[in-house]
Ligand binder design. Sequence first.
Ligand code: NAD
Length: 469
Amino acid sequence: MIIAGKAIESNDRVITHNPYDNSVAGDVSRASEADVEKAVEAARRGLEDLAHQTPYDRYSTLIKLSGILSQRAEQFAKTIASEMGKTLREARAEVARAVQTAAWSAEEAKRLYGSTVPMDAAPTGTGKVGLYLRVPVGIVAAISPFNFPLNLSLHKIGPAYAAGNPFILKPAESTSMTGEMLGQAFVDAGAVPGAVNVLTGSGSKLGLKLVTHPDVRLITFTGSRDVGAWITRNAGLKKVVMELGSNSAVVLAQDAVPEDMVKRVALGGYSQAGQVCISVQRVYVHEKLFDHFVDLLEQQARALTAGNQLDDATDVGPVVTHNDVLRIHSWIDEAVAHGARLVCGGEINGNVMTPVVLTGTRETDKVVQDELFGPVLVVNKFKDDDQAIAMVNNSRYGLQAGVYTHDLNRAWRYVREIHAGGVLINEIPNFRVDLMPYGGVKESGIGREGPRFAVEEMTEIKLVVFHLG
Ligand code: NAD
């Protein structure tokens, strides 16, 4: 736990575990509700102190942070892999992205542009000169998930700091060490002390106090739909940015070439054991390609090694908890009971599940409708583009979708008719670079991340009018 830029020690500990063998990954102090109040108090001072910093000061801190993350890359990667369960290769990739996210956040500190307003273009505006500035929103509560514990926390607190806001980071309890290490890196980069607060502990215990606190002006949350809905109901009069779940789909249109993308689709479904908000979950394949594609996908799935994430040979690490393994399995069983075919995978060893290919499900099955968050690809066929678009849109979610086609007219039709925050042509929905606008429609969320877009969410417009007589 960090309050006002200082590491706080307490006897009450959060212990994090390696999802592969349940061994202890580490421990940090557990925050109490009283600590929420202390963090808000510190952040209030942080907001005042930040007001004396120039954008260049904030840029300098964030660019230094990027350098520190780079220097500590291996330490971060090992901690992330140990407490989250992704493979070391995946954890190193996350750290490399976080180095970039910090650098882009730094750049945004220099781009807080306002604009002039042509007041006298209105009939009653004669003699007035108008402009607007972008000013910090105030204290930002950043609540982050377990699956990208470094980069997704940074997507919140990097832009928050760039825009001149203090933050209170509440990392997922199971990845508390990574959250605290990130906070410490901010402190070491020379951030204003009051601006850096990290509360490690249980979301359900700290949540109500943090979310309802009147001095918190913006909550930026990444996590599950249900917790996001609860926060939105309880937040009161403050801004909320919600980055929630999905059951992302990829379409192989009739002109797609299965050999060209099957590897990519497998990567999209099985990397991080499917625990990515934009993991491919639903694959819709034109009926004339279907059998061939399923054969190729089965070969890909069977070739992957599932096991200990700290072993370099492992492709698919464990699922985060055993309850999640059992939940995923029960959803597969439900689909099979309704007539689906389990093509391969689904063997369980501890928290590790071998990659699953499932076909012939009903559109109403949980494996189709709900967020699976496991190493499962649900593959179904369609007759024509009308049907494929209807199937993709038959979801409460809408984060990103992928479409494989080389027909420009067809591609544009999918872009226009799919309801999602992003449509990727000839790419899987998992693709993300950290500078792009990222977020969902429908129950996948509200607002956008990506430093430039997050900074817009985290600032208010302040209008200035001069009456010049
Ligand atoms: P989660 O909703 O269980 O937890 C997310 C965070 O919320 C954690 O820090 C948790 O401690 C906290 N929390 C829990 N209850 C709370 C409460 N009552 N008040 C305040 N905070 C509370 O999610 P998770 O299991 O950590 O992550 C997986 C989910 O996150 C999936 O649904 C996934 O799709 C989603 N996700 C979305 C994105 C995105 O950008 N859209 C990215 C990654 C993950």
